[in-house]
Design a protein around this ligand. Structure first.
Ligand code: 2BA
Length: 107
């Protein structure tokens, strides 16, 4: 058995969890904070049988794919603040750790 720990953006979290549940995985969602940006993200822990590992990684990767997004870019000038051309930022993506599980007990 493996323990998959996946860190995704809050924006993708619900989509990832819904897709995992649909594929019959058991998921625990943790509200976490990235140490670099100090902004909220979501960590999921999923206990999976070895043979289901690839499927689990596939579901997480497909539902949190890294992509670009256009966001408004406000610029201030001597005449006040106004919006200019939007800028492209990278969003999404998952950081995934896979750990061996020594024991799994449900009592
Ligand atoms: P990512 O590498 O996609 O990481 C997204 C979030 O995943 C991180 O949020 C952190 O919560 C987690 N994470 C990634 N790698 C990890 C690891 N080896 N161990 C534990 N948790 C890990 P943030 O820490 O807020 O980082 C946000 C983004 O800032 C990162 O995106 C990366 O592009 C950049 N970044 C993070 N640390 C950096 C550093 N030391 N130097 C330069 N850029 C950094």
């Amino acid at each position: 058995m493996k323990l998959v720990m996946a860190i995704v953006s809050n924006e993708d979290a619900n989509k990832v969890i819904k897709s995992l549940i649909k594929e019959n995985f058991f998921v625990t969602k943790l509200a976490t904070t990235g140490g670099f940006l100090m902004s909220g993200n979501t960590t999921m822990i999923v206990g999976v049988q070895d043979e289901m590992m690839d499927k689990c990684i596939e579901v997480i990767s497909e539902t949190s794919r890294r992509r670009t997004k256009l966001v408004p870019n406000a610029i201030s000038s001597e005449f006040g603040i106004f919006s200019s051309t939007p800028v492209e930022v990278q969003v999404g993506g998952a950081t995934i750790f896979v750990l061996d599980v020594e024991q799994f007990i449900k009592s």
